[in-house]
Design a protein around this ligand. Structure first.
Ligand SMILES: C[S@@+](CC[C@H](N)C(=O)[O-])C[C@H]1O[C@@H](n2cnc3c(N)ncnc32)[C@H](O)[C@@H]1O
Length: 194
């Protein structure tokens, strides 16, 4: 068992972030320089909202940030350039994104299914979400845009990586230090859409 209130949890609370997950995205961004000021960013699986908070800080008010999740976010007064819609990403009509931007510079997905503890079921559901995130990224990213997606190691991850490699110039699997060691989660970082 992991300590529920670990150092990252406490740090997130102290720094005003809605979840410890923020440090995973920060590490990915520090390593791969995903975001630039003024970027248009789509965040899939955005609740409670810590990735949205970080992305908003980095892209600033000239950017556009859209978050989607089954559940509401806990960020009470996000600035006007940050929008959130309650949606099931598996059933979402991507054309709705055009209300925010014609194309996006970065698509990130931290989506995770409710875990059952049954390894095969959890892996299957996770890869289903990842494949859907990839489909959305391919529909909405501009040329040379970036995609980051959480997946559980195992199962069909190899196929997922292959698909990413066909569509992006640079693909790496990254395990942030802030990701719990006992968790099978990793992040596929796919840069520069072909
Ligand atoms: C680990 S949390 C995301 C944390 C978020 N990145 C943050 O920093 O606050 C995973 C999220 O994926 C969402 N999710 C799972 N399946 C989804 C689906 N089909 N459509 C939309 N969101 C989904 C869950 O509701 C959950 O809020």
């Amino acid at each position: 068992m992991y300590k529920v209130k670990d150092a990252y949890f406490k740090r997130a609370k102290k720094e005003g972030y809605l979840a410890r997950s923020v440090y995973k995205l920060k590490e990915i961004d520090q390593r791969y320089r995903l975001f630039k000021k003024g970027n248009r960013v789509l965040d899939l699986g955005a609740s409670p909202g810590s990735w949205l908070q970080y992305i908003a800080q980095v892209v600033g008010p000239k950017g556009r940030v859209l978050g989607l999740d089954l559940n509401p976010i806990r960020w009470e007064n996000p600035p006007a350039f940050v929008q959130f819609w309650e949606r099931d990403v598996l059933k979402w009509d991507v054309n709705e994104a055009k209300k925010v931007a014609d194309a996006f510079d970065v698509v990130v997905s931290d989506m995770a299914p409710a875990t059952t503890g049954i390894k095969d079921v959890d892996t299957f559901r996770s890869i289903k979400l990842a494949n859907r995130a990839l489909e959305i990224a391919l529909a909405l990213l501009r040329l040379q845009g970036h995609f980051v997606c959480k997946v559980l190691e195992g199962g069909e991850m190899k196929d997922f990586l292959l698909k990413c490699k066909q569509q992006f110039s640079f693909v790496k699997v990254f395990k942030p230090q802030s990701s719990r060691r006992e968790s099978r989660e990793v992040f596929v970082v796919a840069l520069k859409k072909k």
